[in-house]
Design a protein around this ligand. Sequence first.
Ligand SMILES: [Ca+2]
Length: 291
Amino acid sequence: MTDHIWEMYKILIRLCKLTIAGLLVTSLLGFTDFNLEPLDKTPKPFRQNLRRYVLSQKNVPVYSYKTINRYKHNTDYFTQGLLIDNGYIYEGTGLYGHSKLLKMDLTSGQVIKERNLERKYFGEGIAIFNNHIHQLTLKSNIGFIYDKNSFILKKSFRYPTQGWGLTSDIKTLIMSNGSASLFFFKPEAMEFERRVLVTDAVGKVGYLNELEYINGDVYANVWLTDLIARISPETGKITGWIDLKGINPPLLKLKRSHVLNGIAYNKKNKTIIITGKCWPWLYEIELIPME
Ligand SMILES: [Ca+2]
């Protein structure tokens, strides 16, 4: 056997070992049905024309918004997850070395509880279920479960893709990973249950990011846009669009020029709180149907 053929043979054996190891890991984790490939990303031409496309929708309602209040937001917080529980705002922030889990007073912005993630983790979406806070990480394939009151880490869980957004309904945790799919987990054991492909009348709607479960629908911000898709968790069908154009301050006025990435439902006021990465404000809004 020549040296060249021998080298090729060794590479082939290495590839086989990696494939078998990968299959073994996903099988052991119970994620064989989990879509590991980002095949369901929305094509880029669609994304570039998304606002025009959304505003031309005839088969689902499109909403604008009315700002009814705003609250201070720390411009160091690279918002990746946002929710309201019992009147308090909870935020998960990202960036390596800066990722946090926070509990704050909504109106004053005063930090009540804070926990830093290890420097090796980039924090992502958060959700509360049964007095526990779940937090994803971007590329580490690991999530954390904390006691809601003490922020003490109770356990961790694994998933095979990137982690982006997280929210919860009354019985499941719902996760996005930047694709056009939503993934459903049983929260206690973080056991993967099912996934739905998010589609509208034309096709897949990808780059789903921060999530919020509101009255039976999942609201998902489309990454790098001011648009939020309202999605049926049962079918994955888009049931409406929210256009938040103009809600974020002009990029030049921001400490860092980052996009919308926080949706929290304020049950008490029946309003939605919106913010973005390092934005100076949390906006409390009501949705207004567009003509
Ligand atoms: Ca949220």
